[in-house]
Design a protein around this ligand. Structure first.
Ligand SMILES: Nc1ncnc2c1ncn2[C@@H]1O[C@H](COP(=O)(O)OP(=O)(O)OP(=O)(O)O)[C@@H](O)[C@H]1O
Length: 313
């Protein structure tokens, strides 16, 4: 099993600490979402893993080895860092053929990844004619070329259309189900919550959270229930007796704070209150993420406040 290991990883550019004492392990068999505000250090971390930059201190290894010591790196780590890295005057197929040849990958693999990423019909076109979404697919094709156990994708959903989102989600889930290590940075919270089992969150280069996606959302959610009833007065009185505040949210719907659907349902059944709809309200990944990172956003309008670290592997 091939993990990505970061050990006290630190990178300074002049006076800026882009990555600050980052220690975590990205595990195989799951999709790990790599989150953080602009400038948090996600791309720098990925570049350090790929040996494109040298750490100021600490280490980044893949399967216990420094990336730069790998004989055929594309067979170990497939990476998408920059959708514009392919030479614009080359065709997509030629771009992939060159990459395959320099990594001792059979040429037949090129057609497989072109098919897999949906760009086989345009493989003979020059990359300069590609849209952003097509370039992203080409970048992912390049990442898949060596059938690597580790994939590291910087904002892979960038520029994809809705069909592309669905394709990407299925692809990443399948790669993780095959036991690969998948690290994906994104600013798209819906996308991330749909695909990532696990999250690593950075703020100003530091680790803010290393936690399962569900646990992260659950931790941020105080219990709250939405209920629709034809007798809100009795609902309010009964819930007040149990110590819960009830607020109207419009559309004859009410929110009970601090209670679960089971608790509200039991009270309603006992008191004979008609319930037309009842469900627990969970916060979204976006809400949970914003709550964690609000103090670490370098370019936010709000004034900074202290953040806390959350870790659960
Ligand atoms: N080559 C460089 N020279 C100087 N500073 C750099 C360099 N690369 C990154 N930085 C700085 O390091 C910090 C982290 O940048 P990085 O691109 O890693 O963040 P990020 O989390 O990927 O951001 P985004 O979400 O905006 O892509 C920023 O302050 C950035 O300005």
């Amino acid at each position: 099993m091939t993990t990505i290991e970061l050990t006290a990883l630190t990178k300074e550019y002049g006076g800026t600490r882009a990555v600050d004492d980052l220690t975590c392990t990205v595990e195989p068999g799951r999709v790990t979402g790599f989150l953080g505000p602009n400038g948090a250090g996600k791309s720098t971390t990925m570049r350090l893993v790929l040996g494109l930059d040298r750490p100021t201190s600490g280490a980044a290894t893949v399967g216990g080895r420094d990336y730069t010591t790998l004989d055929t790196p594309l067979r170990t780590v497939g990476a998408l860092l920059d959708a514009h890295s392919a030479h614009p005057s080359r065709t997509a197929r030629d771009h992939l053929r060159l990459l395959a040849a320099s990594n001792r990958i059979p040429a037949g693999r090129v057609d497989e990844v072109l098919e897999e990423t949906g760009i086989a019909p345009v493989a003979g076109r020059r990359v300069r004619t590609f849209s952003l979404g097509m370039r992203q697919r080409l970048g992912i094709a390049a990442a898949l070329l060596g059938d690597p156990p580790v994939l590291m994708l910087d904002e892979p959903a960038n520029g994809l259309d809705p069909e592309g989102f669905v394709w990407m989600r299925r692809l990443l889930r399948r790669l993780a189900a095959e036991g690969r290590t998948v690290l994906m940075s994104s600013h798209l919270m819906n996308e991330t919550s749909a695909v990532a089992d696990h999250l690593v969150v950075l703020g100003r280069g530091r680790l803010l959270a290393d936690i399962g996606t569900t646990a992260f959302i659950d931790r941020s959610s105080a219990p709250r229930v939405q209920v629709r009833t034809s007798d809100p007065a009795r609902l309010r009185a009964s819930m007040a007796a149990e110590g819960h505040e009830v607020r109207e949210t419009g559309g004859a719907r009410w929110v009970v704070e601090g209670a679960t659907a089971e608790e509200v349902g039991a009270v309603a059944a006992r008191e004979g209150i008609p319930v037309l709809e009842l469900n627990d309200v969970r916060v979204s990944l976006e809400d949970a993420y914003l709550a964690l990172t609000s103090g670490a956003a370098q370019f936010a309008a709000a004034s900074p406040r202290t953040t806390t670290s959350t870790r659960e592997v």
